[in-house]
Design a protein around this ligand. Sequence first.
Ligand code: ADP
Length: 364
Amino acid sequence: MTFLSVQGIGKRYGATVALEGVDLNMSGGSRTAIVGPSGSGKTTLLRIIAGFETPDAGRVTLDGQVLAEGPSTVAAHLRGIGVVTQDGALFPHLSVADNIGFGLDPSAPSRDKRILELMDTVELDRKMLDRRPHEISGGQQQRVALARALARQPKLMLLDEPFSALDTGLRESTRKAVAEVLRAAGITTMLVTHDQVEALSFADQVAILREGRLVQAGSPRELYLTPKDPGTAVFIGDAIIMPAKLEDGWALCNLGRIAADTGQRRGAAEIMLRPEQVRLAPSLPEAQANDADPSACYGQVTDVEFGGAVCMVTLSLLSSPDAPLLRIRSSSIDLPNVGTYVKITVLGKAHVFDLRPSSSVSVR
Ligand code: ADP
């Protein structure tokens, strides 16, 4: 059932349209990630839901209560919404304990016990209790910020790029820990991030904003495998996009005849593969001429960028020498050498865009 509903939200700052006609629903206990390039309206949407900004149009409803409808709005502190921002926004002069307990009744006898419980929940060592924010690490500060937001038992948690100031390793472990805490507590959570990998791994619904509009919302798998348009495809991950001619269940393209979700579509189209669908096997220059399958695809390696676990191999296609070069991610095991020949096979199906074709082959 819908717990948070955002309907037709619009917001302008002077001539700048920050949001237009944004509709989004979240069910109770779910996690949604809002992704989009810088300036696409992510923070504005989060601030409208939190009650820090008033929308010009549209309605926000949480758990059956209308929080904002045009200019009429419920005050932020009355919404039951917790917010954790990029810098944690801790009070520098207060101890960890007082930061966490900030929203708790100072005279409540259970206050100290509750603070300790919250520290345990976010896996903060109780020894940190009397430290000031500058005496703990960035990851620990974010846990304090989360504990402070949890203290008020919010109905909805809003996370605004909360991990972006952390180093890669700490970022991943903090993200996992935070996701686990919120999942265990059953709190509906919205995460704003510009990091696609973070969005795909954190959320059960990902919503993509572009220039103030919601382009697509769906499960991480849906967005990754069946993006609505090429722009969404390359925003959410590396993609090989090329023109094709569709037959029943097949796409004829520069990579040969490959399986595709054609549905009722036939004729010219634009298709997408994720690079991990493409496999390379060592071959010989004469292999294509000797192959009984006329649609088999062969290439010659023109460049190899060694990147450790994941390497980038650039290929020219023997059957279409004028086609743009193909860039494929490959494991460092069995990495082909420049100048050698490879047979190219495609795993799974190509995704067909519901758009007119272009003539490009690209990978981001
Ligand atoms: P994002 O979080 O995706 O980077 P924002 O929501 O911060 O995007 O901004 C969306 C657009 O609205 C941008 O063009 C930004 O410059 C503009 N904007 C945001 N806040 C304000 C403000 N307070 N005053 C004027 N323009 C703003």
